[in-house]
Design a protein around this ligand. Structure first.
Ligand SMILES: [Zn+2]
Ligand SMILES: [Zn+2]
Length: 110
């Protein structure tokens, strides 16, 4: 049996790849830039979060993003459910998808 499609990790990876692809698209668009890009991205990220959440229910930690300092302009976006780990300085920090997006934007030169 080739039941790989039922592997929740694989499903999550596919969902996250879709989200990061959308992120790349968003970054490109932000260079030409309007908030409309954010409106386009958000549903894609939300879909990935939902997919990841259902695939790995209960096995992910909460978001540890230091929202106030990491993305002060978007601190309200955190949904508290980590979907990835990102290396910040010397530490791995669990981030939810909205925070990962917000931090990506925060790193963009204005
Ligand atoms: Zn945050
Ligand atoms: Zn968060």
């Amino acid at each position: 049996m080739g039941g790989q499609a039922d592997d929740p990790r694989q499903q999550f990876t596919a969902a996250w790849e879709a989200a990061t692809a959308a992120l790349g698209e968003w970054r490109r668009q932000i260079e030409v830039a309007t908030n409309e890009a954010l409106d386009k991205l958000e549903p894609a990220v939300r879909a990935a979060v939902e997919a990841g959440r259902s695939a790995v229910t209960g096995s992910w930690r909460g978001c540890r993003c230091p929202c106030v300092t990491a993305h002060p302009e978007d601190k309200g976006v955190c949904d508290g459910r980590a979907v990835l780990t990102r290396r910040l300085g010397n530490a791995d920090v669990s981030l939810c998808a909205p925070c990962a997006v917000a931090q990506g934007v925060a790193e963009m030169p204005r």
